[in-house]
Design a protein around this ligand. Structure first.
Ligand code: ATP
Length: 221
C-alpha cells in the first residue's frame, strides 16, 4: 500500500451556513499540521442538535463545493446534505468507516466551541471508537481544563495525544488539541452582516460570495 494511502483522513462537518475562511483555514492548517492525506468537508443536512440552517442544504453544499474547488486535498462529501434524515455525527462516521476501512486513522476536526458542546451529541462516547478528535483553537472559546465540563475534561485526560504521530499510529480514540491562526469569523456574523447590507467580501471565498449574490441568500426578510 502506498504511504499516502495510510495517512490519516480529516473530516470537517458543519452547517456551513455559509462556509467561510474560518472553516477553510481550520481544514488547511489541520491538513498540514496533522499530516492528513486529505480533508473531507461534510455539510450537514438537518443538523440534529441546533436550530435549522437558514440556507437550504443544496445551497450550502454548492457553496462548500465552490469553496473547496482548486484544492485537490479537499473533498466535499454530500452524504448528510443529500439525506432527508437529521444529521448525526456518529452514524455518519460509521458510514465513512465502511468506505475507508477499519485500519485507516480518521480525524474528526472540530473548533473549540463544538468540542465544548460534545457531550450533548447523540451517542457521543461512541465517536472515539470510530475516529480521533482534533480540537482547534477558536477566538472566544477557552479550552483550558478548568473551563471544560467535567465529562469532557475526563475524556481529554484519558485520551489526549501528545502529537500528530500518535493519531497516525492507531485508527481512532485519541484527542489532540492544536492551535490555528485565530480568525474571528463566524457564519452567524456573516448572516447578520448580509441582513444589514454590510459587505462580507474577504470573509469567505469570492466564488461562495458570488453564489450568495446570485441566489439572493441571507437577505433581510
Ligand atoms: P454558526 O455561526 O452558524 O454557528 P460557525 O461559523 O460556527 O457557524 P459551523 O458550520 O457551525 O460554523 O462550524 C463547523 C466547524 O468549524 C465547527 O467545528 C466550528 O467549531 C469550526 N469553526 C467555524 N469557524 C471557525 C473559526 N473561525 N475558527 C475555528 N474553528 C471554526
Amino acid at each position: 500500500m502506498r504511504e499516502e494511502d495510510r495517512k490519516p483522513i480529516g473530516l470537517l462537518g458543519g452547517t456551513f451556513d455559509p462556509i467561510h475562511y474560518g472553516h477553510l483555514r481550520l481544514a488547511e492548517e489541520a491538513r498540514v499540521r496533522l499530516g492528513l492525506q486529505r480533508v473531507c468537508l461534510i455539510p450537514a443536512g438537518r443538523p440534529a442538535h441546533r436550530s435549522a440552517p437558514q440556507a437550504p442544504a443544496a445551497d450550502r453544499l454548492a457553496m462548500a463545493r465552490l469553496a473547496a474547488q482548486g484544492n485537490p486535498a479537499f473533498e466535499v462529501i454530500a452524504l448528510e446534505a443529500e439525506s432527508p434524515q437529521p444529521s448525526y455525527t456518529v452514524p455518519t462516521l460509521e458510514r465513512l468507516r465502511e468506505r475507508f476501512g477499519a485500519a485507516r486513522p480518521l480525524v474528526l476536526l472540530v473548533g473549540a466551541d463544538a468540542f465544548l458542546g460534545l457531550a450533548s451529541w447523540h451517542r457521543w462516547r461512541e465517536l472515539f471508537d470510530l475516529a480521533h478528535l482534533a480540537v482547534a483553537t477558536r477566538p472566544g472559546h477557552d479550552l483550558d481544563a478548568a473551563a471544560l465540563p467535567a465529562l469532557l475534561a475526563g475524556e481529554l485526560e484519558r485520551r489526549q495525544a501528545r502529537d500528530a504521530g500518535e493519531l497516525a499510529a492507531v485508527p481512532a480514540g485519541r484527542i489532540l488539541p492544536f492551535s490555528i491562526t485565530a480568525l474571528d469569523i463566524s457564519a452567524t456574523a456573516i448572516r447578520r452582516m448580509l441582513a444589514q447590507g454590510d459587505s462580507i467580501r474577504y470573509l469567505l471565498p469570492d466564488a461562495a460570495l458570488d453564489y450568495i449574490d446570485r441566489n439572493h441568500l441571507y437577505q433581510a426578510s
